[in-house]
Design a protein around this ligand. Structure first.
Ligand code: FMN
Length: 275
């Protein structure tokens, strides 16, 4: 099979999923590439992805062992019947649990044809200088593995005449998918505490980058100290982009949870590919 174009659909609030997806795409080395950034709500419009000799990549970070709830309505509305698809989950060195399987099942329900899956490791959204978790990943080795994965996808597709000839592969994970226990807890707790990053006004210069980068528009661009708790995904895009380190999550229980996470995620995990 020929590969003309790669259409890469990615959700990436802090940018690591995008980096992995770009490197997989580079490894596939198609004639043309369309990067479809669905990080922000207003970007999620075109749902038609199919084209002759196209490959679709669906790439998402792992949230609570699952595909982020935020993008499921968009993903389930995709129209890419009989298009080969590569599933990519990027996680913060804890675990990817059922995320890759969920992404795979969404693709199959949309009648796409899975070709391969990969779980890659990146710096955790909640990592910081004082509490590093998989700091600076993806590193050189991760990037090389992402590119090699792309090359392997290309070979797998080139070696068959039609999609029917593709060899089956197994994606790890279970159905019913793991309950997002922490997400459920956060949703409940929000009637009492905001559980959003806050702005330290003594450091903030009102540059507005936090409001610009927020996937859901939860931060008011008129007054960046105002964050809508019901819209905030706690993705930490605002925390990571702030040039003054003025955005922080001050809630003590959340801070201790991050410290516990750091303690439990110290052993380096490696990318896993399923072909
Ligand atoms: C709300 C939330 C939940 C997360 N859940 C997990 C998880 O279950 N397992 C894990 O290893 N990393 C988890 N992470 C870390 C992200 O998967 C990881 O940092 C990823 O690289 C972020 O992708 P991005 O840079 O494209 O935003 C979570 C991050 C956030 C913000």
């Amino acid at each position: 099979m020929k590969i003309k174009a790669v259409r890469c659909v990615y959700f990436s609030p802090t940018g690591t999923t995008k980096t992995i997806a770009e490197n997989i795409t580079q490894g596939i080395s198609p004639e043309s590439v369309e990067m479809i950034d669905i990080t922000k709500r207003q970007q999620r419009n075109s749902q038609i992805l199919s084209g002759k000799d196209d490959v679709v990549i669906l790439a998402a970070p792992v949230y609570y062992g699952r595909v982020p709830e935020e993008i499921i309505p968009y993903l389930t509305s995709l129209n890419a019947e009989r298009t080969p698809v590569v599933l990519v989950a990027v996680y913060g060195n804890r675990a990817f649990e059922d995320s890759l399987k969920e992404l795979h099942d969404i693709a199959v329900d949309a009648k796409m044809i899975p070709v391969a899956g990969g779980a890659f490791v990146a710096e955790h959204s909640y990592s910081s200088k004082t509490c590093p978790i998989a700091l600076n990943r993806p590193d050189e080795s991760d990037i090389r593995k992402a590119q090699e994965f792309g090359v392997a996808i290309r070979k797998k597709l080139q070696n068959v005449k039609s999609l029917e000839d593709l060899t089956a592969f197994t994606i790890p994970g279970q159905f019913p998918y793991i309950e997002p226990v922490n997400l459920n807890m956060i949703k409940k707790a929000r009637s009492v505490v905001a559980l959003t990053p806050e702005t330290d006004i003594s450091k903030c210069t009102q540059c507005g980058q936090c409001a610009d980068v927020c996937p859901t528009g939860a931060i008011s661009s008129d007054d960046v100290t105002q964050t809508d708790r019901w819209q905030c995904l706690i993705c930490f895009a605002c925390v990571k982009i702030c040039p003054e380190d003025a955005r922080q999550m001050n809630e003590p229980n959340f801070q201790s949870a991050i410290q516990a996470l750091q303690q439990n995620c110290q052993d380096r995990k490696e990318p896993e590919i399923f072909l």
